[in-house]
Design a protein around this ligand. Structure first.
Ligand code: SAH
Length: 369
């Protein structure tokens, strides 16, 4: 089988070339051709010798996921559905703003965590994405956006690992893909502009701190264990005490960096002034800022979005206590590209999707009677 060079970070490429009896600087050249220049055809890599190019054509390939479908929402959010070689599909979303362009990247086909308010979880899970499939989303998006008009508005300045899946449960592949995003010869993004979001896989968070410099977001969503156990079942394994301990430590030697706490606003569930007060005491001594995310509905969910007044009141209580809190603008919901709406096409191996559909149809049948 040919080696997919798209899936090798700088270290991987160095090893690959050393094994071929080549100098390690070839890694930098090839990284630059593939990611910086977007070249897929080895024959075009003109600073490699002809004999090396011929060798590479025999043993290697550059294979990116294929665009199965794409769509732009009225607010210019752009979604790609990408088909993988095994027929699974994943989703990637680009969110243009005045001063930046953010690409939301998936890390798994589906998700194992089954957070109650997230439609990705309801799809079940198939497998981890490979490095090539993760960085391939950036590769495809950069090429696709540069073919569109008004190129300036379409530059990717930020990447968030907030698409389908739990990135820390696909640790090695996600870290390698992020290394390519940060590499000057890859995408050259700054460490503050690549964010990994986790539901709180505590041991992997300690490990991440050792090996990567990227920004961290935590899907908190509840200020106490009882509620969080329901919304984010992973909390039963890694409760808030342990999660807050790692968050406290995460940027403790970098004075100007904060952990972003994501908090989805669910009407009547986690959005009262008392919840805000609990959140304030939870975040005491944690270098954190809060992103309030208005809930994005999906078919058959039992949750509803908090209204704007409630969200504003919640935010004000946090701000008055000295916690920096912003409300995330809802983007892309018209094309199902907003947070928690990414579903792809998962060949579910957990049967969760089937069970969920069954449960839902039972509820609806009961209501009909
Ligand atoms: N598993 C990781 C990465 C997914 S990020 C994590 O949990 O952080 C996706 C973000 O969108 C998370 O903060 C998630 O909690 C949030 N989200 C999920 N479903 C949502 C929904 N229906 N409406 C708004 N935000 C949602």
């Amino acid at each position: 089988m040919k080696t997919n060079l798209l899936g090798l970070d700088r270290k991987g490429l160095e090893k690959f070339f050393l094994e071929l009896g080549e100098k390690s600087f070839r890694a930098q050249q090839v990284l630059q051709w593939i990611h910086f220049n977007g070249v897929k055809d080895v024959a075009l890599m003109t600073n490699l010798s002809k004999s090396l190019r011929d060798k590479l054509i025999d043993i290697a390939e550059i294979h990116a996921p294929e665009v199965a479908y794409e769509n732009t929402s009225p607010d210019n959010t752009h979604k790609w559905v990408l088909r993988l070689q095994d027929g699974n599909c994943i989703e990637t979303v680009f969110i243009p703003e005045k001063t930046r362009g953010t690409l939301c990247v998936s890390s798994q086909v589906g998700c194992t965590l089954n957070c109650d308010f997230c439609s990705t979880g309801k799809q079940g899970f198939n497998r981890n994405l490979t490095i090539a499939e993760i960085i391939g989303q950036v590769w495809v998006a950069v090429r696709s956006l540069s073919n569109k008009n008004g190129e300036h508005d379409h530059k990717i300045t930020n990447v968030v690992m907030m698409g389908m899946g739990e990135p820390l449960l696909n640790f090695d592949n996600v870290v390698s893909a992020m290394d390519i995003m940060l590499d000057d010869f890859g995408y050259g993004l700054s460490k503050r502009r690549v964010t990994l979001s986790t539901a709180g896989v505590v041991p992997a968070m300690y490990k991440l701190r050792e090996v990567s410099d990227v920004a961290l977001a935590v899907s908190l969503h509840a200020p106490n264990d009882d509620l969080r156990n329901v919304l984010v079942p992973l909390n039963k394994k890694y409760p808030l005490k342990d999660l807050m301990a790692v968050c406290k430590e995460f940027f403790n030697d970098e004075k100007r960096r904060y952990v972003t706490m994501e908090y989805v606003m669910l009407a009547g569930v986690n959005d009262s002034p008392d919840h805000a007060k609990q959140l304030i005491s939870l975040l005491k001594n944690v270098r954190a800022k809060v992103n309030l995310i208005p809930f994005n509905p999906f078919p058959h969910t039992i949750y509803q979005r908090s209204d704007d007044v409630t969200i504003d009141r919640f935010r004000e209580i946090l701000m008055n206590a000295g916690i920096n809190a912003i409300t995330r603008k809802t983007r892309g919901d018209r094309i199902d590209a907003a947070c928690g709406q990414l579903v792809g096409q998962v060949k579910d191996r957990t049967k969760r999707n089937e069970r969920y559909k069954e449960k839902i149809s039972r509820i609806f049948l009961a209501q009909d009677c």
